[in-house]
Design a protein. Structure first.
Length: 470
């Protein structure tokens, strides 16, 4: 079949050009979206009087049949097809003859690909959201079982203050909720249809881009035909969101690596979500957690590649934009592979409550509680900080923990340190005092859990809403 662009050419392209120029090896996954857009375009051509009723019916039936053949693999493509648009037009012309060629009126591959890719991304973002919701469910389920389980909260990976394990898990949930917010915010900007913009200047045919936009599940038609075909902000922005999700999964993965180590011993991974060693039979390796860290680099790399591709491109369409699809496909595919594995790992890990509780007060993690206790008794925090530091120095020099300092030594360090200070020298007492909204105490964590549960119903509805016609 002749190239869609071959009107002025007397000869075919060189093999080297054909191999470099072709995107058919990866963009056929856009076929369902291209076919849906073609049906919408056919309906607009009919309303414009460019297709009669019989032609529209034949066109629509042929596009439906072509979609079936693409789905079941009986429609074959080759390098000579160049791209998804050329391949599908060939298939349509093979079925309809000259009638198939009428569909090209009023549109270009430039507005087709911009439309197809937006539809693909909007569709797959819903699946990504559903996978993120599943991970949130797994984290929340674990958190609900450990509202009162103490662990040492850390800064600089050093023991800082006791928190509950539920609070730590829910910190990861909050990050993922922001990812969901970004996806919905991205979708609002991506819901603009480029179809009708043609190559870059619109069309002289009496078409209706607004009707096509509504037909394809978009909220509006593009306001500027040049911007419509040149814009790939929606790609870069989505890659930023997927890269950020990757960073959040990487941070969670790193913590699981630590928690499951012999040094921590806080969790044990289920056999179904861990691997072993080919030489050391005792090993249980957190490969999923490590791959979550590793694949974050890939996701960040896709974002970087896209940003560099877009830098300094003149308006409007340039062939550089052929590089927009593979980073998106790869990032969405990577997360579709990674998220269920991370979710399974979190849902099935066994928590060692006693190891966590034993670790919680170590490293003088209750020191801040002493300082706050002094403040509640009128001691300026500057002085309370110094007094508490002196208590820690006393403990370090004797190799003891805070609760092991006797009353006489407390009094010798400061007259403000009465025996009543021992009420905050237990992890349970310290956590019970953390009652401010968003804090680590069991009561505050219970409120946090309730708030997350309320949000999730809305997110499930959004993720299940189809925005792309089939």
């Amino acid at each position: 079949m002749a190239k869609l662009w071959g009107g002025r050419f007397s000869g075919g392209p060189a093999r080297a050009l054909e191999e470099l120029n072709a995107s058919i090896s990866f963009d056929m996954r856009l076929a369902p979206y291209d076919l849906a857009a073609s049906k919408a375009h056919a309906r607009v051509l009919h309303r414009a009087g460019l297709l009669d009723e019989t032609e529209l019916e034949r066109m629509t039936a042929a596009l439906t049949d072509l979609g079936r053949r693409v789905a079941d693999g009986t429609f074959e493509v080759s390098l000579s097809d160049e791209d998804v648009h050329t391949a599908l037009e060939r298939g349509l012309v093979e079925q309809l003859g000259p009638l198939g060629g009428k569909l090209r009126a009023g549109r270009s591959r430039n507005d087709q690909i911009a439309t197809d890719l937006r539809m693909y991304c909007r569709d797959h973002v819903r699946g990504l959201a559903a996978d993120l919701i599943d991970l949130i469910d797994a984290l929340v389920s674990q958190a609900a079982q450990h509202v009162e389980t103490p662990v040492p909260g850390m800064t600089h990976l050093q023991h800082a203050q006791p928190v509950t394990f539920a609070h730590q898990l829910l910190a990861h949930v909050q990050a993922i909720l922001r990812d969901l917010d970004r996806l919905r915010d991205w979708d609002a900007r991506a819901a603009v249809s480029p179809l009708g913009s043609g190559a870059m200047a619109g069309s002289s045919l009496p078409l209706d881009p607004t009707a096509v936009a509504a037909d394809l599940g978009f909220e509006a038609a593009a306001a500027n035909s040049m911007d419509a075909v040149a814009d790939r902000d929606f790609v870069a922005e989505l890659l930023f969101v997927t890269a950020t999700i990757g960073l959040h999964l990487s941070r969670l993965g790193e913590e699981v690596v630590l928690w499951s180590s012999s040094e921590f011993g806080w969790v044990e991974l289920d056999d179904a979500y861990a691997t072993g060693s080919s030489i050391m039979p005792q090993k249980k390796n957190p490969d999923i957690a490590e791959l979550a860290r590793g694949k974050s680099g890939r996701l960040v790399g896709n974002l970087t590649a896209m940003m560099v591709t877009l830098k300094a491109l003149p308006l409007t369409y340039n062939k550089d934009l052929q590089e927009d699809k593979e980073p998106v496909f790869d990032s969405l595919d990577t997360l579709a592979l990674l998220l269920p594995a991370v979710t399974g790992m979190i849902a099935t890990m066994a928590v060692n409550v006693s190891a966590m509780a034993e670790s919680a007060p170590r490293g003088f993690s209750l020191a801040t509680e002493v300082a706050d206790w002094l403040v509640r008794r009128g001691v300026p925090f500057r002085d309370a900080h110094e007094i508490t530091g002196a208590v820690v120095t006393h403990c370090v020099s004797r190799g003891i923990e805070l609760h092991e300092v006797d009353d006489s030594n407390l009094r010798s360090i400061s007259p403000h340190l009465s025996p009543e200070v021992r009420e905050v020298l237990t992890v349970t007492g310290a956590l019970a005092g953390r009652t401010t909204p968003g804090s680590a105490g069991p009561k505050a964590v219970t409120v946090q859990l309730s708030g997350i549960g309320t949000q999730m119903a809305d997110w499930r509805t959004w993720a299940a809403t189809s925005v792309v016609p089939r």
